[in-house]
Ligand binder design. Sequence first.
Ligand code: HEC
Length: 163
Amino acid sequence: MRTTGALALVLAFLSTLGTAHATDDATLARGRYLAVVAGCNDCHTSGFTTLGGKVPETEWFKGDSLGYAGPWGTTYAPNLRLTIARMDLPTWTTWARSVVLRPPMPYWSLNTMSEDDLTALWHFTRSLGDPGSPAPTALPPGREPPLPVFRLIVPAMPEGTSR
Ligand code: HEC
């Protein structure tokens, strides 16, 4: 009796593995698709826009040292492998639904993603392997960023007003 119970448990466990694997292929494919069509690679993968997307997947989502300077200071697209490695799946989906980030990150796109899409991105990002090193830390307004930098130039505002 005991043996049958144990065997049933092992079989149940093995069937879970089988299902998880089948889901994984579709989930990973969905995450890969989103990384490209939702434009995440454009900023979070170094060289993606200048090379017309011809960057090997081994380099995707490692962040970039290209600065985006404007009234908000200078921001850098972070290494998403490190971001996602820090969060379990429920933490990621909850956080991604509500986070507000600085330009030019389209955080509203992230906020609007379905649970399935966020799940797919999480699994796909974790599947990419070695996280690599962090992107540079953002600089506060008024600090001159090193090159290369995208710069948003806005007209000077009259004294005492803010944008
Ligand atoms: C136009 C460039 C751009 C695009 C496109 C873009 N991002 Fe970002 N992303 C950024 C920048 C810059 C930051 C840093 C914002 C800040 O410092 O507040 C950022 C921050 C983030 C963060 C926070 C990471 C952390 O560790 O704090 C996440 C998560 C993220 N982006 C995911 C995505 C996803 C998913 C997509 C695709 C839907 C995407 N981004 C598209 C530029 C971009």
